[in-house]
Design a protein around this ligand. Structure first.
Ligand SMILES: [Fe+2]
Ligand SMILES: [Fe+2]
Length: 172
């Protein structure tokens, strides 16, 4: 196999991994905005805003992945990996979001290893950055779920009245 053939094969594998990740990120954008709408409707503004800010960060991930796909001469497949789960209980929303973040971090760790093995260092670095972001999101959701468990369902109402510290989305 010639060097050019090797690089085409490698970039095709990277493009496949990057597009799978675009699909996961789009699913997260849809799911988190769905949670945002319902939490806003329930009057739980701080948690509603955490989901909205996180959805915006996931959209930034879509953009970073798309830029890399186009650089590798692929095209971006704008289809969400999963339909939105109709969850309206705040604790169940957080459990679902934590599961999604853990799944993304696991997939991106594996994708980083594959890209590294294929000598695609830039895609590897992108996936490693995303792992850090997803772990930050998971941590923020973990803290909220922990507070609901510790203080009971009234935690979200108290938080909305400013009686508890508003959660902050992690910095990227
Ligand atoms: Fe993400
Ligand atoms: Fe995330």
């Amino acid at each position: 196999m010639h060097i050019t053939e090797v690089s085409v094969v490698n970039s095709e594998q990277s493009i496949g991994l990057l597009n799978k990740s675009v699909a996961d990120e789009l699913a997260a954008v849809h799911q988190y905005m769905y949670f945002h709408f319902h939490l806003d409707d329930l009057g739980f503004a701080p948690l509603a805003n955490l989901f909205k800010r996180t959805a915006i960060m996931e959209m930034g991930h879509v953009e970073a992945l798309a830029e890399r796909i186009l650089f590798l001469k692929g095209d971006v497949q704008m289809a969400a990996a999963d339909p939105v789960a109709a969850i309206t209980d705040p604790a169940k929303m957080l459990a679902k979001a934590i599961e999604m973040e853990q799944g993304s971090a696991r997939d991106y760790n594996r994708a980083a290893q594959t890209c590294g093995a294929n000598a695609d260092a830039v895609s590897k670095q992108l996936f490693e950055r995303l792992v850090g972001d997803e772990e930050g999101h998971q941590d923020a959701f973990d803290k909220q779920l922990e507070n609901i468990r510790r203080f009971g369902p009234s935690y979200l109402a108290l938080q909305s009245f400013g009686a508890a510290t508003a959660p902050e989305a992690p910095e990227t």
